[in-house]
Design a protein around this ligand. Structure first.
Ligand code: PLP
Ligand code: SF4
Length: 343
């Protein structure tokens, strides 16, 4: 089955009931549900399915509240050249293209991604590479987009080779949904394009539910790990997808078992039309506290918030130390509170 790319295609597959109000949701962002993801959806309980909720448009997307932003993490404020976001001194984002294997309805770049958004032209990519070459403080280049693993293997290989030739770039990090959402794209050719280089190449996979780690996805991850790529994950905390402790526990355990180190649990950004996905920071902290008591340290992500306005990411707890510096208390992972000497 090809990737489903329209309301009609989703309706035909029994993944959506027709509703005229969905047109507006479909127009606000591109649609793509790969065969792998469509196969995971429980058609008998569409309303509560965590995979459908991530990828199938819903009427709730047309509800925009005043605090929601077109550029929720302030990428525009920090873009010196097209395709580059330079927010932290030692690292830049490089966005070579805007297409993704799936379109996530909660995406923090939902107004930028999609087949309509243009990839960087050859000249624009040269200008972005020139920006990186001219700045020795750039230690790490993070390829994102869109999804960099949607590039043809030959183009991806050329881009990695160009970055690898910049001697001050020590690390190339790639963020992708492809290994899980479309594992068939992890071909020998693609793996060869990612082969070890002078610079360390890391791969971060976006995964929000244990169900996404299918047999094929795990096979793709094994091939990538065997090719020498360290693997880590990013998860977005999403209401109705993974905002309960059992779901998060299963997800983090499944990732570690697949040799993927949980890196970040993202608090959902203030993206327009995504109020139905948002949880409170207090709920996120409570979930993290419970995970701390239940899970191996290997399986603990850092819970982070991207501060609106382009101010970057910070961990948002929970905190384990009491507020009074003269009578310090520390809470354990099971809720107990204990005094600790000030020095
Ligand atoms: C998220 C992000 C990074 C990477 O942040 P890490 O904390 O290193 O993972 C870098 N630049 C920008 C603009 C970002 O949004
Ligand atoms: S794969 Fe990433 S960039 Fe693409 S739609 Fe999903 S969250 Fe957005």
């Amino acid at each position: 089955m090809p990737t489903l790319r329209s309301l009609e295609a989703l309706e035909r597959e029994g993944l959506l009931s027709p509703d005229p109000r969905l047109e507006a949701a479909a127009q606000s962002m591109a649609i793509a549900v790969t065969a792998e993801m469509a196969a995971l959806i429980d058609r008998a309980d569409l309303a509560h399915d965590p995979i459908a909720r991530q990828f199938v448009p819903s009427v709730a997307e047309t509800e925009v509240s005043p605090e929601e932003l077109a550029d929720p993490i302030g990428d525009e404020f920090r873009s010196p050249v097209k395709g580059i976001v330079h927010r932290y001194p030692d690292r830049v984002l490089l966005k070579p293209l805007h297409v993704c294997p799936v379109y996530c309805r909660f995406c923090f770049r939902r107004e930028k991604v999609g087949p309509g958004g243009e990839a960087l032209s050859a000249d624009e990519l040269d200008a972005a590479l020139a920006y990186i070459r001219a700045r020795p403080e750039i230690w790490e280049v993070i390829l994102t987009g869109g999804d960099p693993l949607m590039l043809a293997p030959r183009r991806l290989g050329e881009l990695l080779a160009a970055l690898d030739a910049v001697s001050h770039v020590a690390v190339i990090r790639i963020h992708s949904r492809v290994p899980l959402a479309d594992p068939g794209r992890i071909t020998d050719e693609l793996v060869a394009a990612l082969r070890p280089r002078r610079a360390g190449v890391w791969l971060g996979v976006h995964c929000n539910h244990a169900r996404e780690l299918t047999v094929d996805a795990r096979t793709a991850l094994t091939r990538l790990a065997s090719a020498g790529l360290p693997l880590m994950s990013q998860t977005v905390l999403l209401k109705g997808v993974n905002d309960d402790v059992e779901t998060l526990e299963q997800l983090m355990r499944a990732l570690v078992a697949a040799r993927v180190k949980p890196y970040y649990l993202h608090h959902p950004d203030l993206v327009r039309g995504t109020g139905h996905f948002r949880v409170s920071i207090a709920e996120g902290q409570a979930l993290m506290k419970t995970l701390r008591g239940r899970l191996s340290g290997l399986a603990q992500p850092t819970y982070v918030l991207d501060v609106p306005g382009g101010h970057g990411k910070v961990p948002v707890g929970p905190a384990y130390l009491g507020d009074d510096p003269d009578a310090l208390t520390v809470q354990d992972a099971f809720g107990g509170s204990h005094p600790y000497p000030p020095r």
